[in-house]
Design a protein around this ligand. Sequence first.
Ligand code: CP
Ligand code: NVA
Length: 307
Amino acid sequence: MVAPRHFLQLKDLSRGELDHVFERTRSIKERFKAYQRYWPLQDRTLVMIFEKASTRTRLSFEAGMQQLGGSAIYLNTRDSQLGRGEPVEDAAQVISRMSDIVMIRTFEQEIIERFASHSRVPVINGLTNEYHPCQILADIFTYIEKRGPIQGRTVAWIGDSNNVCNTWLQAAEIFDFNVRVSTPPGYEVEAERAGLYGTDHFEQFADPMDAAHGADLVTTDVWTSMGFEAENEERLRDFADWQVDADMMSAARPDAVFMHCLPAHRGEEVAAAVIDGEQSVVWDEAENRLHAQKALMEFLLLGRVND
Ligand code: CP
Ligand code: NVA
């Protein structure tokens, strides 16, 4: 049996493969917009396992699989044996015998790695504490759609050095752009946790205005990620000066775009005037989850399709 390809981190695909996925994203999106049927994954089944809440990830994977001719099954921890202590390795053996591809949203990256190492079929990371590679796939596609190649550009990450931030940092190494990160003290990027090889593509700033200065893309995320709710009150205090507001956007380039993976908290990590303002591309960014993940599933199941 040929070992399946997984997408557990962004760097699991090479630069060339990611470029191919973007090409396919464009084509699949165009066909979808023209109401053209495209069913390359007819009779294939996606299993989606959620150990954390989701709107976009569930919807985009489930709708995406159906639009490609396949079907999708939703499992969550609450009402499957996963929440009752069945070993992840056993679950992987069984689930991967009954399906063609699996998407998992869970806690530690180690869980998804253990699942993948016992899976006969491709496994996709739908968010872990460490990474959110499907999000950054859509984000970079969105940037390219709006502004052209991201190579050489500057991304400002304001706020928590979380799973989405870590994935931006990986992306910077793969696509050769720069990330300027500003976090409150005590929340700085941990290079090893971010899976970074070197530090050539990112710089940390104590002052968020310095990080935003001259950026082509300004982005942020919630101050408290899922799984860290116990720290919420402390984080509300610690992050109070890390809101992306109109002043911060005016430090960026005039043609800078604003991104947020959503869900957002207006008045916390982002001001309403920014997320609802002209530079915000958050709705296209969310929509592109659908198109990018369809291209990703096509690649993992069928390899390089060119039609
Ligand atoms: N951005 C994102 O992954 O959203 P959900 O948590 O709604 O899936
Ligand atoms: N960093 C957030 C992203 C949600 C899509 C979290 O992990 O909760």
